[in-house]
Design a protein around this ligand. Sequence first.
Ligand SMILES: Nc1ncnc2c1ncn2[C@@H]1O[C@H](COP(=O)(O)OP(=O)(O)OP(=O)(O)O)[C@@H](O)[C@H]1O
Length: 248
Amino acid sequence: MSEPTDFLLAVEALTVSFDGFKAVDDLSFYVDPGEIRVIIGPNGAGKTTALDLICGKTRATSGSIRFRGKELTDMKEHEIVHAGVGRKFQNPTIYEDLSVFENLEVSFPRGRSVFGALVFKRDAEVRERVAEIAEMIFLTDHLEDRAEYLSHGQKQWLEIGMLLIQDPELLMLDEPVAGMSGSERIKTAELLHKIIEGRSVIVIEHDMKFVEDIAHKVTVLHQGRVISEGSMAHVQADPKVVEVYLGH
Ligand SMILES: Nc1ncnc2c1ncn2[C@@H]1O[C@H](COP(=O)(O)OP(=O)(O)OP(=O)(O)O)[C@@H](O)[C@H]1O
C-alpha cells in the first residue's frame, strides 16, 4: 500500500456542513503527481465546493487535505497558493484593459527582484517566461492585444496562462471549456496534456467528450460523496453512475 506522501494530494473524510446540510460528505480521493483527474457529477453534487475547500476559500467542518504531505485545512488561501495550488474559477478573471503580455507579466511571481542589480536580469527572465507561456496557450500572436478583444476561449486560456506562470504543482480548473467552440476544446485538451509535466490537474467538467479526451481518472460525486472512480470507461459502465445521471 502507498504511503499518503506518495500522493500529490490526499483528501480524506472531508466534510463541510452549511447549516446542517452536508455539501461535501466524508469525501476521500487521492491524486498522483502528473495526473489529470476529472470530477464529474450532477448539479449540486459538491464539485465546486470540493475545490473551494482545497484552495481554502471554504473551511472544512472536518477531515483532512494533504498536499505533498502538508495539511491545507488550517492554512489561509494565500498560503495555499504559495504552497503551489492554483485555482481557476468558472468566469475568467483577467485584466480586460491590459494587454495579454501585461496580464501574464503581472502574474509572474514576485521574488527577491527588488534588488537593483537584479532588475535587468529579471526583466529578461520575465519576458522569456511570458513568451514561453504565450506559446503554450496559443496567444503568441496576440501578446500586444488588449485582453478585452480576445474571444471567450482565448480569455480562458489567458487565465490558465496567468496561473501557469506561477508554476503551481496542482492546478484546479472549474469547467474550463464552458462556452468554447469545438476547435477551442480540442486545443484546450492539447494544452492540458502539455502542462501536466511536473504537475497535476483537477478539472470539473460536464462535457463528456472533453472528459474522455483528458481524464486519466474520473471521480464521480453525488450528494457530496464519491459514488464511482476509475477510468472513463469504468465509470460510464457503473450502474450507480448511470442511475444518478438518468434518474435526474
Ligand atoms: N456557502 C454555501 N451555503 C449553503 N449551501 C451551499 C454553499 N455552497 C454550496 N452550497 C450547496 O451545496 C451543494 C453543492 O454545491 P456545489 O456548487 O459544490 O455543486 P456542484 O457539484 O459544483 O454543482 P454544479 O455542477 O451545478 O456547479 C448545493 O446544493 C449548493 O446549493
